[in-house]
Design a protein around this ligand. Structure first.
Ligand code: 6GU
Length: 225
């Protein structure tokens, strides 16, 4: 899978994409992530990429031309399954959408900044708009990092233990059960006995029950869907 990220702040994406599972997936050639600086396509000596909003109002607006040129250049090289704009007024991200995106070959992510982007980009070039939650970030970069991380971990083969990504919270519509490691007792706090029993059937039953209980308690909305 190839992911192209278009941004005015490539530095913001460096660290999140260079560690852990996302780094390993790139090293193993399972995912190729290319970050493009929109400013490289800005016009004039100052490489201008933003301008005042027609009709007035506070804040600068990302111009159509640099983004258009960059997107067209990329589209000339390959076909994109989706061209996604990260924006707080997009569709709210959840696991089913992540799974859906993870089977694509090429996706493009456009990070907005300033007050927004010229709306014609959204109308004519973008195929999908995604938000990561009901709050406002300063730009789409952190949202793009969240989306890429969520996608990459479910790309087939990225997590070596095939079942691991599938037992994440939300994959079955439930929160994950509690987990423990050694020591069996710390400060008088014991690990639940059933986990030490070696009885895999009992353990699976306990985990299912815990997942359901925690979901009822913490996220009853998930059970209503
Ligand atoms: Cl995708 N972008 C911005 N700027 N803020 C957000 C967001 C995206 N998702 C939630 N808040």
């Amino acid at each position: 899978m190839r992911i192209d990220i278009l941004t005015l702040l490539p530095e913001l994406l460096e660290s999140p994409l260079c560690h852990s599972i996302v780094k390993r997936a790139q090293d193993k050639g399972q995912v190729a992530i290319h970050v493009h600086n929109i400013r490289d396509y800005g016009k004039g000596d100052y490489r201008q990429v933003d301008d005042y909003a027609f009709g007035g109002g506070a804040g600068m607006v990302m111009q159509i031309e640099p983004v258009f040129t960059l997107i067209e250049n990329l589209k000339a090289e390959r076909t994109y399954d989706e061209i996604i704009y990260l924006t707080p007024d997009g569709e709210r991200l959840a696991q089913p959408m992540v799974n859906h995106l993870s089977i694509f070959t090429n996706i493009m992510l456009l990070c907005g900044h300033y007050k927004g982007i010229d709306h014609r980009i959204r109308e004519h070039l973008i195929t999908r708009e995604i938000s990561i939650g009901d709050y406002v970030l300063s730009g789409g970069e952190l949202a793009a990092a969240v989306l890429v991380d969520a996608i990459v971990r479910v790309v087939p083969g990225v997590i070596s233990d095939e079942t691991s990504a599938l037992t994440d919270s939300f994959q079955d519509g439930l929160l994950a059960p509690p987990i423990y490691t050694r020591p069996e007792e710390f400060n008088g706090w014991r690990v639940p006995e059933v986990l030490l029993s070696g009885n895999h059937k009992l353990i699976a039953e306990w985990q299912e029950e815990q997942a359901l209980e925690r979901t009822k308690l913490l996220r009853p909305d998930l059970l209503e869907e």
